[in-house]
Design a protein around this ligand. Structure first.
Ligand code: NAD
Length: 361
């Protein structure tokens, strides 16, 4: 395990994407969002993705510096096409449109289709919360068929994330943000590289037996080699039995079918789709009841008698907020294999050795 300061890691990742052909603005943005995911504790959506993004760009699966096309535009609604741009570039453009329309109308919806990997969906709810807005996001990952439905052993869903953000004045937002699979694919990726293990029942084999062996997803792999989610014969399991499986289905319906991204299927290139709803609490609640009620209810929930005295009750977003504070101070821990794969990506992209050494100084 190595520990790298967030700022140094951001710079190295930005250098890699600049060298790979992104503008400096985009490269910096990709670095910021990937490291932000590590800071929140979601290593699955952090810098572990660097070699994969570089490869996707080299393979013509994603493109640098895209501006979204607005294909439907009404006062309250937009449908935008990300044209396979980096998710870290096209998702904030879509969110900005949702924020602008919501500020004007009190309510808005934006469907994003054909986006490169949009990373942690919580980033987009945080962006809305910074603008003072409540937001709800249903997303899918078309072409990434990884998850077995409740009662099934074959892959049918993507990890189809769901997210709700609630702004709070002077505090991090309440933020529910999760994959509808027991674990996000990136958590299997992290486990396959010697990082945090996944739950023992997170995966299912073709024989219907549950497992935590990443080979069910990737087939055989070398320690620093690529992981290809199409090569395994098993699946990740949907979380929460029929309820989680149903939520995954609806993320495919809204984030996939309704957005025009397409619900997940085999033989389609990877694209995130996201259907997002934005609400301005100031319009809904001119009497300003909401902020105090959010605070009262949060305290009420946290004050429940605990199962174990030393295990605090956390509200959505609290774990991420604490991790951010801790890792900003102490640095981002990375498994050796992950770090080796990032250094290899930097050298392959032609980043100067002095810049690479500076990240570890
Ligand atoms: P997770 O299982 O870690 O769950 C995270 C959620 O649970 C957060 O809202 C967090 O605040 C809350 N939480 C964590 N610990 C808690 C506790 N002790 N008590 C109460 N609440 C707690 O998340 P995940 O499913 O592994 O997803 C990780 C990330 O992956 C998310 O940011 C998600 O958006 C992202 N994702 C992205 C894609 C994509 O295609 N772009 C696909 C799947 C997942």
């Amino acid at each position: 395990m190595v520990t790298i300061k967030a700022a140094a890691l951001e710079t190295l990742v930005a250098d890699i994407f600049s060298a790979a052909g992104c503008s400096d603005a985009e490269a910096g943005r990709v670095g910021r969002y990937l490291v932000a995911a590590n800071l929140t504790g979601h290593d699955s959506h952090g810098v572990v993705r660097v070699p994969r993004y570089v490869q996707m760009k080299a393979d013509g699966l994603i493109f640098a510096d895209r501006k979204v096309d607005v294909v439907v535009d009404t006062p309250v609604l937009a449908v935008v096409d990300g044209k396979y741009g980096f998710g870290q570039t096209v998702a904030p453009q879509a969110v900005e449109i949702g924020i602008e329309k919501c500020r004007a109308m009190g309510l808005s919806a934006v469907a994003l289709r054909n986006a490169g990997h949009i990373g942690r969906v919580g980033d987009w709810a945080e962006m809305a919360a910074e603008a003072g807005l409540v937001s709800v996001h249903f997303a899918n990952a078309a072409g990434s068929v990884l998850v077995a439905p409740f009662g099934g052993v074959e892959r049918r869903f993507s990890t189809a994330p769901y997210c709700v953000g609630i702004p709070r004045a002077g505090q991090a937002p309440l933020l529910l943000d999760f994959a509808t699979s027991i674990v996000a694919e990136g958590k299997v990726l992290v486990a396959s590289q010697g990082g945090k293990a996944i739950p023992t029942d997170a995966l299912i084999g073709p024989d219907g037996k549950v497992s935590d062996d990443p080979r069910h997803l990737y087939g055989d792999y070398a320690p620093t080699g690529p992981r290809d989610g199409r090569k395994g014969k098993g699946a990740i399991r949907a979380f929460g039995d029929h309820k989680g499986s149903g939520l995954a289905f609806m993320c495919e319906m809204l984030g996939g079918a309704l957005s025009g991204n397409g619900a997940t299927k085999f033989d389609r290139k990877f694209a995130n789709g996201m259907f997002s709803f934005y609400v301005d609490p100031k319009v809904v609640d001119p009497e300003n009841f909401f902020p105090a009620e959010v605070a009262r209810y949060t305290d009420f929930v946290k004050a429940s008698k605990r199962v174990k005295e030393d295990q605090e009750i956390l509200v959505p977003g609290e774990a991420e907020d604490r991790s951010r504070t801790r890792r900003l101070k102490d640095g981002v821990p990375l498994p050796d294999d992950t770090w080796a794969s990032i250094l290899a990506a930097a050298r392959a992209a032609g980043v100067a050795e002095t810049r690479i050494q500076a990240a570890t100084a």
